[in-house]
Design a protein around this ligand. Structure first.
Ligand code: PGA
Length: 250
């Protein structure tokens, strides 16, 4: 039985005051769901220290991390710096980082191995562009991203990885994958994981859907057999909307 995981990816939004106010509004609304649903908020780096004491039972994630433990990498953040702030999750390979910052599957793989070795839970993002979908390349793209980003990971470590299937054409566009489209991609990902690792390990991996998840569509997406949670961008900025999505998973 996979525990649903609902995560708020705030991207480059919210000051420390706004972040603390969000938790004050959120926590009373979701207090009954902590047993059934794993809830994670992923603020910008600058708000993490303020969020940790305000977050109650909600996990805190980071939006990125560098693979090296320390050194001359101006502007970067290491795994131990995140652990130092009480961070437990790290988003890796988000399509915005792939597109705007040129991150490759190989670089993401280095980060992912460092995250696992450090005890952080990686949330690995994969997904195709609209051009790739229209060209019939969904399976090939997911295959390449999954095998590249998870290279050299031990089968015993795989269940610690959370995967977020985020079709690029659905992110921030208001255009959500239909439950059938999302389920098909999630099932492809799980099949690929069982081929690369073991069926047992693949069955334990939580696969989130991301891309214009809202209170109005969360329930039908989360009802699909291989959809084990959501990575929510825009709708996670308002506590009411994010709470409604958490409740839809409970
Ligand atoms: P969105 O973003 O919910 O605003 O589409 C999702 C994401 O990028 O993680």
């Amino acid at each position: 039985m996979r525990k649903p995981i609902i995560a708020a990816n705030w991207k480059m939004n919210k000051t420390t005051c706004e972040a603390v106010a969000f938790f004050e509004a959120l926590l009373p609304k979701i207090s009954g769901t902590c047993e059934q649903v794993e809830v994670v908020v992923i603020p910008p780096f600058t708000a993490i220290a303020a969020c940790r004491p305000a977050a109650g039972g909600v996990g805190i994630g980071a939006q990125n991390m560098h693979p090296e433990p320390s050194g001359a990498f101006t502007g970067e953040i290491s795994a131990s710096m995140l652990l130092d702030l009480g961070v437990s999750y790290v988003v890796l390979g988000h399509s915005e980082r792939r597109a705007f910052f040129g991150e490759s599957d190989h670089f993401i793989n280095q980060k992912l191995k460092r995250a696992l070795a450090s005890g952080l839970t990686p949330i690995l993002c994969v997904g195709e562009t609209l051009e790739q979908r229209d060209a019939g390349e969904v399976a090939a793209v997911l295959d390449r991203q999954i095998s590249g980003c998870l290279a050299d990971v031990e089968p015993s470590a795989l269940p610690k990885v959370v995967i977020a299937y985020e079709p690029v054409w659905a992110i921030g566009t208001g255009r959500t994958a239909s439950p059938a489209q999302a389920q098909e991609a999630h099932s492809l990902i799980r099949t690929k994981l069982s081929m690369l690792f073991t069926k047992e390990a693949a069955e334990q991996v939580r696969i989130q859907y991301g891309g214009s998840v809202k209170p109005g569509n969360a329930r039908e997406l989360l009802a699909c057999p291989d959809i084990d949670g959501a990575l929510v961008g825009g709708a996670s900025l308002a506590a009411d909307d994010f709470a409604a999505i958490v409740l839809a998973a409970g």
